[in-house]
Design a protein around this ligand. Structure first.
Ligand code: HGY
Ligand code: MN
Ligand code: MN
Length: 420
């Protein structure tokens, strides 16, 4: 089996490299939702799914879905196991985040069918186009739609390049009125599972290639706007300034300190994007807009933290005589992974006693699909825990072991064993 696993790892690596060539930028990997690069990647994934014997379709959100029908007398014929991940990336991304989960799903299903033919339940492999939220301020759009939770008002949001989501969908050749058809019927999806690089250091430090995810962290994304007053850098005394950037800097440190105070709940906070205007070296900044990404293991702590921050931002603005406001652009509840699915992955890795169980600080599509059905996740060690960075890397051996574990998980999956 080791040799077979290595071969699957090598095959996955070559497919990941092929996808990594599809980017909007020379020399960097950036592939955003509903862009020409997304189209090319979706077409390549479609081809792989067809070569693996899956029946491929694409819905109104651009999700590529490879379907394996159940065997005719399948006792769970109506139920499907969903296996998925995303093919969009962050800006200047690594090659494994998301893509490994889609490729592993395709290869694992192909191998299971080769060995057993059709199964008593169906399988859908899903390639979601928007998990990162790198182009539109909202995120998990595809996986929300699959769960029947797409919010039509999201069609109005504008992308970083100034395009409304509805227009971007039409430009991509989709009909937004068909979005509801992307959802599964209640009871049709038995479970959703995702294989993903850990994007953290735990497995590497434990010397383990694979780990079982216990839950996905609670997260929110906000946009903060601070409005001060432009002024001459040389003539306005410091005590008379309304410096938007200095206020934003004080808020930034308050965000960092907030997360540090809540380390017991694994709280983390990041200001990843900031723009200021007018943007001249001799002009006091008048306006700053920046993002706040805040996560914690429990919803209650995250919500309390954001309530505190909202008040702190207003207090800082008052003290500095600037105006400031905060708008939420994304929120996802903490999502526990189903205990039976965790046990299934633990057995597939090599036994309950052996497998490491760990939480995910990173968000995943399972956070949304978990509103439809039970979810499970299998983590793969990545070098140095580095992710959202071109240095992201997973070893062929680890990827092969992960795909072998996913095959074992599918072989032993029994929809009727899941609590309804
Ligand atoms: O931000 C995240 O956690 C995920 O990579 N979208
Ligand atoms: Mn991801
Ligand atoms: Mn990511």
């Amino acid at each position: 089996m080791v040799e077979r696993a290595m071969a699957l790892g090598r095959e996955a690596e070559s497919m990941i490299r092929a996808l990594a060539l599809i980017s909007a930028e020379e020399g960097h990997l950036t592939r955003l939702y509903l862009t020409p690069e997304h189209r090319l990647a979706a077409d390549l994934v479609r081809r792989w799914m067809e070569e693996a014997g899956l029946e491929v379709s694409e819905d109104a959100l651009g999700i590529v879905r490879g379907r394996l029908a159940p065997k005719a007398d399948g006792r769970n014929a109506v139920q499907r196991l969903l296996i998925g991940s995303h093919i969009d990336t962050v800006i200047d991304a690594g090659a494994y985040d998301g893509t490994l989960g889609v490729i592993a799903g395709i290869l694992a299903v192909r191998e299971v069918v080769k060995k057993h033919g059709r199964l008593p339940f169906g399988i859908d492999v899903l390639a979601f186009g928007d998990e990162e939220g790198s182009r539109f301020p909202a995120t998990l759009l595809c996986s929300q739609a699959v769960a029947g939770r797409f919010d039509p008002s999201t069609l109005e949001v504008e992308s970083v390049d100034g395009v409304r989501l509805e227009d971007a969908l039409r430009l991509y050749g989709k009909d937004p009125s068909q979005i509801p058809a992307a959802a599964y019927e209640a009871g049709e999806a038995a479970a959703y599972v995702e294989l993903h690089i850990e994007q953290g250091p735990v497995l590497e430090q434990a010397g383990q290639a694979l780990g079982v995810v216990t839950a996905i962290a609670s997260q929110s994304r906000h946009s903060v706007t601070v409005v001060g007053e432009a002024g001459h850098a040389g003539t306005v005394p410091m005590n008379l300034r309304h410096d938007a950037l200095a206020a934003a800097a004080e808020i930034t440190l308050a965000v960092e300190d907030l997360a540090r105070r809540n380390a017991d709940d694994f709280m983390v906070a990041t200001i990843g994007k900031m723009s200021l205007s007018p943007g001249a070296s001799n002009v006091i900044p008048a306006r700053v807009v920046f993002t706040v990404d805040l996560r914690s293991q429990t919803d209650a702590r995250r919500i309390d933290a954001m309530n505190w921050l909202r008040e702190e931002i207003l207090a800082i603005a008052r003290r500095r005589k600037v105006t400031a406001w905060i708008e939420r652009t994304h929120e996802a509840e903490a999502r526990p992974c189903d205990p039976a699915l965790q046990a299934g992955f633990a057995r597939a890795i090599g036994g309950e006693g052996k497998a490491i169980h760990l939480p995910s600080g990173a968000g995943h599509d399972g956070q949304a699909v978990g509103m439809l059905c039970p979810i499970g996740m299998l983590f793969v060690r990545c070098r140095g825990g580095i992710s959202h960075n071109p240095a992201e890397f997973a070893a062929v051996r680890d990827m092969g072991q992960a795909i072998a574990a996913l095959i074992k998980f599918i072989e032993n999956f029994d929809p009727s064993a899941l609590a309804r």
